[in-house]
Design a protein around this ligand. Structure first.
Ligand code: NDP
Length: 459
């Protein structure tokens, strides 16, 4: 008989943990997974899925407004926030059921409760100890709150996805992924939104042209963006929250959403006691095979703070199972991972920003276009689509694609294949466009933007 109760014990039933456990189960391994909340994790229960449903629901305002230019009369259109949240919750219940079934079908034992590694190869859940040859930590992350007085009055994305009523005025602190996505959801649902950001544009880490374009589009849609401000404190006065900035600004709101990053969820898991190395943010240090410093302990997903994206956690989880149960060591390639921000309009990108490409390659060619999409010639909407290609001048490989505009995430997935395959600008140019689309502009850009690093030739 095997000396372990299980071949794999996974702590955390989110995207990474479930993917790894199911795959291991279908390979015949004896697998247990524990979870102290709902199966599905951040993505399914408190992140990507509910967020996207709220984006769909609120974006319909644009469709209704745009319809007029195409001859429609839409009278009396009203939105019921509570109905949208209830419909979203029904869908989450359905998905929760599917996740449970998928685990059952893969013969994975589900244990309800918080797991803690108490000894080598040993996990404790609800006072009971289980042994396992391999332990996988897939505990995800949690919202990080700024340390300012009154922060307890603020909500995080967890609560924002589940508000029973739409607040009339919302202050959003932070201009990252979550901040800009909720700015879209709340404004399109009818709230007045003020964003407080520390820099001059939203989405730090994205290409500068993307940041400028989205900041401008959000402002056009009525989001009041206060740039270069820092939070001082939050006070509750009756039903109203007052947000003070260090610059002396005062903003009143019915809800304050802090979208100020996320921390890896690694506290109280017994990891440090066991010798697993954590970084200053609490992220578990792993190698390209998701191995920690302790033999038999692995980690995938947001708790490792590599790329905090669901599909990356899934790839990491499945690669680990290939390595452990298929005798097929599979490292994970974190290069050229496409990502999207479901702001309104959305953003998507793959590869390097212009700034990063200049640092890596020196000389780059940049192609940028900004135009009014055909739909808006009739809708009259004042919205511009921005697309950008960054090309390594030496090899002529396209090393970055960026877009702000309708359908950007849908378009970027295909481009990501080209970038991953090392396609050159000439190959983009040789690809025939699909007309009439916005996407075709990615194969039609011919004019290089003047290179700011090259001096004007002497007259
Ligand atoms: P981000 O790291 O994207 O952005 C955090 C924002 O909060 C930044 O604007 C940052 O400002 C600001 N900030 C941080 N600390 C403070 C502070 N103390 N006071 C004021 N502002 C502060 O985090 P998010 O919370 O938006 O999202 C977390 C992660 O979740 C993302 O990085 C992403 O990996 C993932 N995610 C992915 C989504 C997707 O794929 N569509 C959607 C949602 C989340 P500054 O720029 O100045 O540092």
């Amino acid at each position: 008989m095997d000396r372990f109760d299980f071949d794999l014990f996974t702590i955390g039933a989110g995207s990474g943990g479930v993917a790894a456990s199911r795959r291991a189960g279908t390979y015949g391994a004896r697998v247990a997974i524990c979870e102290d909340s709902r199966v599905g994790g951040t993505c399914v229960m408190r992140g990507c899925v509910p967020k996207k449903l709220l984006v769909y629901g609120t974006h319909l305002r644009d469709e209704i407004e745009d319809a007029k230019g195409f001859g429609w009369t839409v009278e009396g259109a009203k939105h019921d926030w509570g109905a949208l949240v209830a419909a979203k919750n029904r869908e989450l219940d359905r998905l929760g059921g599917i996740y449970l079934r998928l685990l059952r079908d893969a013969k994975v034992t589900l244990l309800e409760g918080r797991g803690r590694v108490v000894a080598p190869h040993t996990v404790e859940v609800g006072g009971k100890r289980y042994t396992a040859r391999h332990i996988l930590i897939a505990t995800g992350g949690r919202p990080a709150l700024p340390e300012v007085p009154g922060v307890e009055h603020a909500i995080t994305s967890n609560e924002a996805l589940d508000l029973p009523a739409l607040p009339r005025r919302v202050v959003i602190v932070g201009g990252g992924y979550i901040g800009v996505e909720f700015a879209g959801i709340f404004t399109r649902a009818g709230a007045r939104v003020t964003m407080l950001i520390r820099g001059d544009t939203v989405l730090r880490g994205f290409d500068d042209d993307v940041r400028a374009a989205l900041t401008s589009e959000l402002r056009k849609r009525g989001v009041e963006i206060q740039a270069d401000v820092e939070l001082q404190d939050i006070e509750r006065r009756g039903e109203t929250l007052s947000v003070m900035t260090k610059m002396g600004g005062l903003y009143e709101a019915d809800a304050v959403l802090c979208a100020t990053g996320r921390w890896p969820n690694t506290r109280g898991l017994g990891l440090e006691e066991l010798g697993v190395a954590l970084d200053a943010r609490g992220a578990i240090a792993v190698d390209e095979y998701s191995r920690t410093a302790v033999e038999g302990v692995y980690a995938v997903g947001d708790c490792t703070d590599r790329l905090a994206l669901t599909p990356v956690a899934i790839v990491e989880g499945r690669a680990l199972v290939e390595t452990l149960f298929r005798d097929n060591p599979t490292p994970v390639d974190h290069q050229n991972v496409p990502s999207a921000v479901f702001s309104q309009p959305p953003v998507a990108a793959v590869g390097l920003t212009e700034r990063a490409a200049r640092q890596r390659f020196g000389a780059v060619d940049v192609y940028v276009t900004s135009f009014r999409a055909m739909k808006h010639t009739l809708s009259g909407r004042d919205e511009r689509t921005m697309m950008k290609l960054v090309v390594d001048r030496d090899s002529q490989r396209v090393v970055g694609c960026h877009m702000v505009g309708a359908d950007a995430p849908e378009i970027m997935q295909g481009l990501a294949i080209a970038v991953k395959c090392g396609a050159t600008k000439a190959q983009f140019d040789a690809t025939v466009g699909i007309h009439p689309t916005a996407a075709e502009e990615f194969v039609l850009m011919r004019e290089k933007r003047p290179d700011p690093t090259e001096r004007e030739p002497a007259a």
